[in-house]
Design a protein around this ligand. Structure first.
Ligand SMILES: *[C@@H]1O[C@H](CO)[C@@H](O)[C@H](O)[C@H]1NC(C)=O
Ligand SMILES: *[C@@H]1O[C@H](CO)[C@@H](O)[C@H](O)[C@H]1NC(C)=O
Length: 411
């Protein structure tokens, strides 16, 4: 919905809302449980614990199917020890599994644990880290870094209070000792990497971003995650002068953003993001933004505007893009742009933001670019998936974040 016609559409939404609420209420006290296209593929299987690799074929979007992470040659490794040593990792620890083993690795955890990494963990290629069956926290230390790798699955972990780290030596993949520069405290940092699937993780309260995808990374799917209590949530694209990110393609699907997220859900520079079927439970500065010729297809998301704006964060970009909903008597802020001036190259507007079948509540609106063709994702057969109606997004994202799965039943 365009921002100008706020008055009319608020009315329409109210009528639609009343209509759908009455439909859902009929006949049942609990709203129906709906699995989204990823979950439908594996969560109904009571044998998931024995058939963990089934998960790899459930990915969708630009990561495609993670078929290179499965097969007879996969080494299974179980984390039994939550301690960490960045230089000489002990058998049983997460860092040992990630750095000392070679080939394809599928990592699981044998009990609930808090892992405080003393340095960022450099995750190697052909690695799946699967937290299902345990409550695994990666917290209060370094977090994950994917540096020039491919075919990585990160599933079912809880990342929080990730902290900046000084530079220093760390053991990297294939037992290679490396010197790592200082890091900012991102939960998952993806650098120059391809074919990465980040699914069903819970992420909050880190020093820098929750997920950063940069430096020419592409073929990334970020699905079913729960992002909350954070300022700068997700950055796709490194810097205004890093043109290589124009090839970046990222799918952001079935995630739950909020409560208490401020901005960048995501912020896109250069590349293309298909942002689809996500729940936005408020924001302070904006939900989706971009600069430097990005293309964003925002499709069938549910945007629920915040009850009130964040006064401390009223900057020039917010006031430029602020929308006042007089009817609701409160301020609703959503911008399709962060740095408006960044869209101009040689005096021409070159950004391409489109909102297709999105659904808006509380006076939310979306400012689309004008006069440009909508850019389709052009998914291959391995990547394509059915997009649901925005009005069922609450249901589709109800179990976003790390799941609590028991070994002996459906997850
Ligand atoms: C497994 O590894 C062996 C030995 O390296 C190789 O010959 C075989 O082709 C591999 N199998 C698969 C399915 O990749
Ligand atoms: C999909 O194909 C069209 C037509 O070739 C192209 O204009 C568009 O940029 C493509 N989309 C992406 C995400 O590359």
């Amino acid at each position: 919905m365009a921002c100008q016609s706020l008055w009319h559409f608020t009315l329409v939404i109210s009528i639609l809302e009343a209509f759908t609420t009455s439909m859902l209420a009929e006949g049942s006290n609990n709203p129906p449980i709906m699995f989204n296209a990823v979950d439908r593929c594996w969560r109904g299987n009571p044998g998931w614990f024995e058939q963990r690799q089934q998960l790899a074929m459930c990915s969708l979007g630009f990561a495609g199917k993670m078929k290179n992470n499965v097969g007879e040659n996969v080494t299974s490794y179980v984390v039994t020890d939550p301690t960490d040593d960045a230089i000489d990792p002990k058998p049983g620890t997460l860092r040992y599994g990630v750095t000392k083993l070679t080939g394809k690795i599928w990592i699981t955890f044998n009990h609930d644990m808090h892992i405080k990494l003393v340095k960022p963990l450099l995750v190697g290629s052909f690695t799946a880290i699967d937290g299902r069956g345990a409550s695994v926290h990666i917290a209060r230390g370094g977090c994950f870094m994917l540096d020039r790798v491919t075919n990585v699955i990160i599933h079912g972990l809880r990342f929080h209070h990730c902290r900046a780290q000084a530079s220093g030596k760390v053991m990297g993949p294939s037992s290679k000792m490396m010197r790592l520069g200082a890091t900012d405290g991102d939960a998952i940092r993806v650098v120059a990497s391809t074919k990465v699937w980040i699914d069903h993780n819970t992420l909050y309260k880190c020093m820098d971003g929750l997920i950063d995808v940069t430096l020419g990374s592409t073929g990334i799917t970020i699905s079913n995650n729960w992002f909350r209590d954070h300022d700068k949530v997700m950055l796709l694209g490194h810097a205004d002068d890093f043109h290589d990110d124009k090839n970046m393609k990222v799918t952001v699907a079935f995630n739950h953003f909020g409560p208490n997220c401020n901005q960048r859900m995501p912020r896109v520079r250069w590349g293309y993001a298909h942002v689809v079927n996500n729940l936005y439970q408020g924001w302070a500065l904006y939900a989706i933004g971009g600069s430097m010729n990005p293309s964003i297809k925002s499709e069938a998301n549910l945007f629920v505007a915040p009850e009130s704006g964040n006064k401390e964060r009223t900057g020039k970009y917010e006031s430029r893009n602020r929308v006042r909903s007089r009817r609701l008597g409160r301020r609703a802020t959503i911008t399709s742009r962060l740095h408006a001036s960044d869209y101009h190259e040689d005096g021409k507007k070159s950004w391409n933001f489109h909102s297709v079948r999105d659904y808006f509540e509380n006076g939310a609106c979306f400012k689309s670019s004008e006069g440009q063709a909508r850019i389709k994702p052009n998914y291959t057969n391995d990547q394509i998936f059915p997009v649901a109606d925005a009005r069922v997004v609450r249901s589709l994202t109800r179990s976003a974040g790390a799941l609590r799965c028991r070994a002996d039943s459906r997850c």
